[in-house]
Design a binder for this molecule. Sequence first.
Ligand SMILES: NC(=O)c1ccc[n+]([C@@H]2O[C@H](COP(=O)([O-])OP(=O)(O)OC[C@H]3O[C@@H](n4cnc5c(N)ncnc54)[C@H](OP(=O)(O)O)[C@@H]3O)[C@@H](O)[C@H]2O)c1
Length: 260
Amino acid sequence: MDLGLTGKIALVTGSSRGIGRGIALALAAEGCDVMLTGRDEKALGDVVAAVGKLGRTAKYETLDLREANAPAALVAAAKRAFGRIDILVNNAGTTRRGDFLELTDADWADGYALKFFAHVRLARAAWPSLVESKGSLVTIGGTSGRVPIAAFTIGSSVNAAAAAFAKALADRGKTDGVQVNTIHPSYVETERLWRRIKADMERTGQDEAAVREWHRRDIGVTRFGTPEDIGGLVAFMVSRRGRWLHGATIDMDGGEVKGM
Ligand SMILES: NC(=O)c1ccc[n+]([C@@H]2O[C@H](COP(=O)([O-])OP(=O)(O)OC[C@H]3O[C@@H](n4cnc5c(N)ncnc54)[C@H](OP(=O)(O)O)[C@@H]3O)[C@@H](O)[C@H]2O)c1
């Protein structure tokens, strides 16, 4: 299926590893050139090489997106490098888990700085380019935004807020010609998931297979997701084939969320 993405320019945050890397590679495989970002220069260099093997060009900026000026600097760098932006994927995010009574103001501010305010700032900085290109914005949230849980108060509320922000922008996108959607992944095989499994192994004394099986049964899925799963949906969503999808919030979760 030709998705018509050849020559499009995509800016993907959190693309040094994990889901963002999977999205960047899926878009490059469909013909996009990619602006990458993260803080780990070596990992970003590896993604540039992987994109090069797909016959496309990637460039990167190392930035801490929690800093207020970083989003505008990133958008400016993408425009300098490629001349325009067709696709913005707001993916970078990390929020502290734990007992609500032990989480501090700093933990909350940190979670919101990266996974909410950076989304807002990136959308604001990139919007004129997206209007010009009649482009697309994709938010990567998380199923906790739909099914909040006590052990993940920051992540649950920030994912819901990010999805609500995207939905509001989708309303504006109808008049400005910018497509806006959200994907809520469930457990995806990334370093973040591995850190979580390792912490559970240490806490419970169980081996990796047992911890994985416990989590799999707990959320009621046949397997965890992969960065390629999420990348495939993003590529379809922003393509001409997926253009009618607008203002949607899609759970890509192997069936974890039971609500309609
Ligand atoms: N994996 C899952 O099971 C899962 C489930 C639901 C939702 N999600 C969501 O999916 C998104 C990606 O998660 P992931 O599992 O792929 O995470 P990951 O493997 O930990 O990767 C996180 C990415 O974000 C970047 N990043 C982190 N802090 C940053 C900062 N302050 N400034 C700039 N970049 C920063 C990292 O770059 P560096 O390491 O180079 O700094 C990395 O590229 C997140 O929004 C997460 O909430 C993930």
